[in-house]
Design a protein around this ligand. Structure first.
Ligand SMILES: CC(C)(COP(=O)(O)OP(=O)(O)OC[C@H]1O[C@@H](n2cnc3c(N)ncnc32)[C@H](O)[C@@H]1OP(=O)(O)O)[C@@H](O)C(=O)NCCC(=O)NCCS
Length: 194
């Protein structure tokens, strides 16, 4: 796999971030794990400020402490994916949202990027002291289910997704176990630059 980097969003990627959202819309794809970016079209600075608020939040209420990262391909500096990590669960997240939401832009799918991006996120989770993380996906979202299974996700149960009425799978990922597998797979080459 090419060189990839996993970074916090910066001003440099403003234009690309909006192109990313546009591509999802053009392909009529679900937008997931963008840390609210789709609600900040035209206000990138406001979005960066919101991310800072997410990052520095200390309370667990309707909103919880959270971080958002970009996956960037080094050779063309392209934004490939965005992932949002909730560092604590409230009742809603425990039931259906989980700790992590993510996406890969439609034109760059099925190249292993989601699996790599999730490993980077799990590395961050480990640093933040999370031992087990909950990741959920709709049962018919095969690409996402496989991404979670690639990280040794263990299916706890299936429930009705309160957001769309579909079957939702709830997986628990043991962070250490997943990272052990990831380190072997990626040759200890996760390129994480928080
Ligand atoms: C789900 C998503 C993140 C997968 O991204 P991706 O970069 O294509 O995933 P990967 O390339 O890492 O693929 C992981 C596995 O799923 C498989 N896969 C990916 N998309 C697939 C699809 N549409 N159908 C069947 N299998 C698929 C891959 O072949 C790979 O299998 P393998 O590990 O056995 O080889 C991407 O489709 C996406 O952004 N979807 C919209 C947002 C979304 O649904 N996010 C998840 C919310 S729970």
């Amino acid at each position: 796999m090419e060189e990839l980097k996993f970074i916090r969003p910066t001003k440099e990627y403003e234009e690309q971030a909006y192109e990313y959202i546009k591509e999802f819309n053009d392909y009529n794809s679900n937008i997931n794990g963008v840390g609210g970016l789709k609600h900040y079209i035209g206000d990138y600075d406001g979005w960066l400020k919101k991310l800072e608020e997410d990052r520095t939040r200390t309370t667990i209420g309707d909103e919880v402490p959270a971080e958002t990262f970009f996956l960037i391909r080094e050779n063309d500096n392209k934004l490939l994916g965005i992932i949002n990590i909730r560092l604590a669960l409230n009742d809603r997240l425990l039931q259906s949202g989980g700790h992590i939401g993510y996406g890969i832009r439609p034109t760059e799918r099925k190249k292993g990027y989601a699996s790599y991006q999730l490993y980077c996120a799990l590395e961050f989770c480990k640093e933040m002291g999370l031992e087990n993380v909950l990741i959920t996906c709709n049962k018919d979202n095969i690409g996402s289910a496989k991404t979670i299974q690639n990280s040794c996700g263990v299916l706890e149960n299936e429930i009705i997704d309160p957001t769309n009425g579909k079957i939702l799978q709830r997986y628990w990922v043991n962070v250490d176990k997943a990272l052990e597998k990831g380190i072997e797979k990626y040759n200890n080459k996760l390129n994480i630059k928080y």
